[in-house]
Design a protein. Structure first.
Length: 102
């Protein structure tokens, strides 16, 4: 999708999501900029969303990720993200939710 990325990643309890995301964002930004895939300097937005799932839900999660284009014909990423936050009962402040790309 042009405004977000989904990743399905396996983690151990000793691993840090924050460290992982820092590595992913730094490495991918460098690669995008080094290869000049954008006219201007590429930067990720601050923050990220992370959700956990049980092993039994993996087929559904994989299907969901594979069908992103179809999902976003019905709802924007931002609309869907807010629905996830509500579904998983995550309290949030509108000031810190993802912003539409400019």
């Amino acid at each position: 999708m042009p405004d977000h990325v989904h990743m399905l990643v396996g983690f151990r309890a000793t691993q840090s999501m924050a460290d992982f995301m820092q590595d992913v964002k730094a490495g991918s930004s460098k690669w995008i900029n080094d290869n000049k895939y954008c006219k201007e300097r590429f930067e990720w937005q601050a923050g990220y969303g992370a959700f956990s799932y049980s092993k039994s839900q993996l087929p559904d999660v994989i299907s969901y990720i594979k069908n992103q284009k179809e999902h976003h014909r019905k709802k924007t990423f931002l609309e869907e993200y807010k629905l996830f936050l509500e579904k998983f009962e995550v309290e949030y402040d509108e000031r810190y939710v993802f912003q539409e790309p400019e």
